[in-house]
Design a protein around this ligand. Structure first.
Ligand code: T46
Length: 133
């Protein structure tokens, strides 16, 4: 069975000026990147997500601050705290995701394998369970 929590360690290319992380399609990122978005300024006690995707792979990185991801494949539910700019969470198709506990400084960067398509979202948990079977 595939792991639910897959962390990709992103290599920091640092020197005495500071750090830099480079992300490249089909190299450190195991898919072609078609879209990049970032979530920031999330209000206190707000949780996000609560959906799955039918056909979308993503990598999520907290470039500053932290948040907690819950992933659920319909059988198991696991969680991970993203608290490092070198920790990328790979999220595969048909995985329910929730994001909680955003710190006020959190900037969550997401690299996506597909263009935005609202029809790809499964926003009802019971519908997700039926499709995940
Ligand atoms: C995901 C988690 C990690 C767009 O118009 N284009 C986009 O590329 C995205 C991502 C969103 N939107 C619109 C759709 C909504 O009107 O932005 C609004 C907020 O999106 P949503 O409520 O889906 O945001 P989150 O934080 O619940 O989920 C997002 C991604 O949508 C989702 O794919 O996996 O972050």
């Amino acid at each position: 069975m595939k792991n639910l929590i897959n962390i990709i360690q992103l290599k920091p290319l640092g020197d005495d000026r500071g750090s830099l992380v480079a992300l490249e399609s089909n190299k450190s990122v195991p898919f072609e990147i078609k879209r990049v978005y970032y979530i920031f300024n999330t209000k206190e006690n707000v949780s996000r997500g609560f959906h799955a995707h039918r056909n979308l792979k993503q990598i999520a990185v907290c470039v500053t601050g932290s948040c907690r991801f819950v992933l659920d494949n319909g059988k198991n539910r696991e969680e991970v705290v993203l608290d490092s700019s070198t920790k990328g969470l790979l999220i595969e198709d048909l995985v329910w995701r929730e994001m909680h506990d955003f710190t006020p400084d959190c900037v969550l960067l997401v690299l996506a394998s597909e263009y935005y398509d609202e029809a790809d979202y499964i926003r009802n948990y019971d519908d997700f369970l039926k499709e995940a079977k």
